[in-house]
Design a protein around this ligand. Sequence first.
Ligand code: MOS
Length: 755
Amino acid sequence: MISAVGSPVDRRDGPAKVAGEARFAAEYPFPGLAHAALVHATVARARITDIRTERAEAVDGVIAVITHRNAPAMKPPPKQQRMTDLSTLFSPTTVNVLNTDEVHWNGQPVAVVVAETLDAAREAAALVEISYAELPATTDFAAEEPNATPQKGNMLLPTNAKKGDAEAALARAAVSVDERYSTPPLHHNAMEPHATTAVWDGDRVTVHDSTQSIQYCRRHLAMRFDVPLANVRVIAPYVGGGFGAKGSIWPGTVLTVLAARATGRPVRLMLTREGVYRTVGGRTPSTQRVALGADADGRLTTLIHTSVSAVGRTGGNDEPIVAASRHLYDVPNILLRQDVVELDQTPPTFMRAPGEAIGTFALETAVDELAAGLGLDPIELRMRNEPAADPVSGARFAHRMLREAYALGAERFGWPARPPRPGAVRDGRWLVGMGVATAYHPAVMLPANVTVRLSADGTVLVRCGFQEMGMGGATAQAQIAADALGVPLEAVRVEYGDSELPNAPQAGGSVQTASVAASLLEACERIRRSALRLARRANGSPLRGRRPEQVVARNGGLYLADRPDTGETYVTLLTRAGRAHVEAAVGSDDGIGAVAGQVRFMTRFIRDSRRFVRAATGAQFCEVRVDADTGEVRVSRWLGVFDIGRVVNPKLVGSQLRGGIVMGIGMALSEGTLVDPRTGRIMNASLGGYHVPAHADIPPIDVHCLDDPDPTMPLGVVGAGEVSITGVAAAVSNAVYNATGRRVRDLPITMDKLL
Ligand code: MOS
């Protein structure tokens, strides 16, 4: 039997999406559906002294203009995040928006208009007049950066480190670099802007939300609206991209539920693109220092990586910017530190490989600079310093294949043809160069609850409340279940995207595939045992008296491992036993059980993470062509070789990895959120002003996975969502240096910086 895991099968959500049948959050029709639009504050910090809604209310079709003066009361968001209470996690801001006259960022929603049509809602929103008493605001990252204070950090993914005396070793090093790098704020720009449709029925509410976590969304809403958890249902089978922006519960979601409660109508809010910039956080800006020292043979003696990033005064997560620097090089002296400043701005949030995406830009550019200083090939420098164990903790690597990734990549990309001297290759007006960088992202799992039902007709139903934002999660889990139970892929149905289903982790942090697989594999194991129990006592069963270890699941049933012809199908076995199905549930239920179960799971995971370091890694290869006259940079070739453990579906994983590389190229060359330092106002809140790569900017992207199972992860799966953006910007900057001899340490690498 051909195994389903490893096959490039088509994604299950593809046909519905292509045919327009897939329903997204803003596409659910309801009788009497009303439309909402937000009014945004135009100052960074203030109290609202007056808010005049008469002109807005006079617009034909307006149902309500809701402000802090007339909004129903909500419980405030949690002040502190606690690992043991999921309703406190993923709450991005402490502002009780529309239950307060306080403004904490430029763009914060200060009113929501509900109308019969979208046009009326938006027209009226523009007519709400607001007076403010402005308060002093801190909005200039560059000015605040020298006043940064130490970041809190988190126990799951430690960042700071001190080993030996890194500064003293730097002063003594034969060859060294010591440079500053900077990255701008960035925004996610998912194809589907955040959207919510909310319908109350008494004190029960159904919410269609464009979210990466139906579970956290449900818990957050139950807490804010003070209703039992069971009264909130969140449905999100399709999400048009998230990249971290939909991992937290932003004001638009809460205000849609509020507006539906206030008006007694089903309400839909689809943020405008500008609305996403104004109300949803993006990636923090950063300034970083990387200093490296080596002996004359290119053996690293010291590594210093420090960063300053921003959080909002009312929230924002601490990004693990220097985290990858703990794990990449065998260095006797290491100093890693992260500091933050608080700004009166939208709380920054997770954005694909939060931390590592920008941290690897600085680190991996510095490594290239050191290689140039040593006159050494940058891959050779990396290989000379490839550690045998984790450099800071001394723990072993669960899996480490960077040598293989670079060796394969160098051959496949034609790396030996790269001239060591910068500016040496010219093709007409184009200067051509190549660069490499290492990709790194930690592997994390979260507890997932799964039920599996095997029916007497031979079909399998997997139920799990994860969600899809385009990764192919349901397809991958169907493949895993098909192999675990030995049934054809077509026999497996996967239900997901509905909070009525067993709780599962968010689609984020590259955790979902492995987390769900861990529970799914256990459930399938229990099903096999249940099925065998039915057979081993049955007269006439060829499996009579057999033990679980003698039996394998294949060909739609159970067969003896050493006599493949002896056994029977699930259909025969269940029918004889008079059973309609066998079922297994893995994980904990809602409530106290969930909290205890989550804590137990995470305690074990954190303990294991101290014993062995788990991560996805890779080698990014980039070729650029730089216009010698204008400084225009075109990426002309790309190869990423990744170690993401076992590949469940090469087609889906290929898309994931290419997508991350595309985002990384955007970050390297064109993306940047422009914030007016005086007012904290985002100045380019549109796809016209914020430049994501278009098709014409992206060359064919070659990706290759080593496909070697990680022995410490379920099925050997590590997770692939985020590693692919890491290292990308450094590979570009290193290629630009190789092409031109110009080193750009400030992203994005725009033309002006090369002239
Ligand atoms: Mo990701 S930044 O965890 O969606």
